[in-house]
Design a protein around this ligand. Structure first.
Ligand SMILES: [Zn+2]
Ligand SMILES: [Zn+2]
Length: 422
């Protein structure tokens, strides 16, 4: 029997895992620098959490969610996104009582049953930021600033920030009415999904992926023309704050976001050069979500981004993402007596925090030197029976070829030299 990896998933192999660690660590650092703390939630939740938050009509719930029934007939779903679980935890753990401002970030796998393609998987890894507790437009800009600063610090150029306002439920209703008016004459020519969306969520007609639907949206009314006074002011202040923070942006009224819970600010960060799948991160304000899933009415804003596309973009720009870890030294042992005695010494070196590679199955000097080279170690420590008798070890610098004799002590002498090199 031969087993294959499930379609749309991938292994993170050792030759790549250090890059993932580097990028994840780097995200943790930038989030911490803005006062965000990590939260980890389970990879599955009750399916209803996502149905309630994303909206029954959303593609995520309709077509892409991995739903399953457990042995007690409870219906769960593998999480398709990170915000609803974080908000569930926020409400369940009464975080609003602990503090009026909550800054959370997360990293982890998400799951969507989608057609696999370049940069798009059924299990994919996301990072996200959630700020909960204020409607101040400053926070919209701050959340965007985290993502932009991070991507710039990683070395990415050719980034484009696109922002929009999707309004509040009041002004969204006016806008939906205007959209229905606009699309009504084309109704019989639109795809079946769009016909469904026409009544439920006419804004979704603006981002339908079906080619024959695209021409009909030319000249469609813009949400920005239907914002009420408070939403207009909020959006203007977000723009003003971004400019003051030296973050350039373009306003794109077509950003509607796939999920139901967004209000006011919506944004996307685009990296030019990844083809059709060029969005690195997206997010927005979700002032209604916390109340919608059983909490108080508390405003919030956040975003999420995918690690797969980010790594593709970083690779495209040939940005180095850390290094594979190499041993500090390779221990070469010659002779039977030395072989057992060396275990104590090896143990001492490891207790000092050094990474020492050793292979008891290799006995010849040649085989061990070859293994030392392959391992990428900069030093070899050589101990044979004669060294053992003289209570010494030989330390050879594999780069320069230089060799010194050191005492066979508790590892102090070798540590002193290798530590200098760190
Ligand atoms: Zn409004
Ligand atoms: Zn359509």
């Amino acid at each position: 029997m031969k087993y294959n990896i499930p379609r749309g998933t991938f292994d993170i192999l050792p030759q790549d895992s250090y890059k993932w660690q580097f990028v994840m660590d780097s995200f943790r650092k930038i989030a911490s620098r803005f006062g965000y703390e990590e939260i980890s939630t389970p990879i599955f939740e009750t399916a209803e959490l996502f149905e309630r938050s994303s909206g029954e009509s959303s593609d995520v719930v309709q077509k892409e969610m991995y739903r399953f029934t457990d042995r007690k007939e409870r219906i769960f779903a593998l999480r398709p996104e990170g915000t609803a679980p974080v908000v569930r935890s926020y409400v369940e753990n009464h975080m609003d009582v602990l503090s009026s401002r909550t800054k959370l970030y997360y990293i982890g796998p998400m799951f969507r049953y989608d057609r696999p393609q370049a940069g798009r998987y059924r299990q994919f890894y996301q990072y996200g930021i959630e700020f909960i507790g204020s409607d101040n437009p400053y926070y919209d800009a701050e959340v965007i600033a985290i993502e932009m600063l991070w991507l710039q610090e990683l070395g990415l150029k050719n980034l484009r920030l696109e922002i929009n306002s999707v309004g509040c439920p009041t002004c969204a209703a006016d806008y939906d009415a205007a959209l229905r008016e606009f699309f009504r004459p084309a109704l019989q020519d639109l795809c079946p999904d769009c016909v469904k969306r026409f009544d439920l969520k006419p804004r979704r007609l603006l981002d339908c992926k079906v080619a024959s639907c695209k021409p009909f949206r030319v000249g469609a009314p813009s949400q920005l023309d239907y914002l009420d006074a408070p939403c207009t002011e909020h959006f203007a202040k977000v723009c003003e704050s971004l400019t003051a923070m030296d973050i350039s942006y373009i306003i794109n009224p077509a950003i509607v976001r796939g999920l139901d819970y967004y209000t006011n600010t919506a944004f996307e960060v685009i990296y030019e050069g990844l083809g059709a799948q060029n969005s690195l991160a997206g997010g927005g304000r979700y002032n209604g979500l916390i109340e919608q899933i059983g909490g108080k009415s508390i405003p919030a804003i956040g975003f999420a981004g995918g690690f797969e596309r980010l790594l593709l973009a970083l690779e495209k720009e040939q940005i180095e993402l850390g290094k594979r870890i190499c041993p500090d030294a390779y221990l070469i042992c010659l002779g039977e007596k030395a072989r057992v005695a060396i275990y104590t010494y090896l143990n001492h070196l490891r207790q000092k925090g050094l990474y020492i590679e050793y292979d008891p199955d290799k006995s010849s000097l040649k085989a061990q030197f070859k293994a030392a080279d392959t391992s990428g170690a900069s030093y070899a420590i050589i101990v044979g029976d004669s060294e053992l008798e003289a209570k010494t070890v030989n330390l050879k610098n594999l780069v320069t070829g230089e060799q010194v004799s050191l005492p066979l002590d508790g590892g102090e002498a070798v540590y002193a030299i290798l530590h200098q090199d760190h």
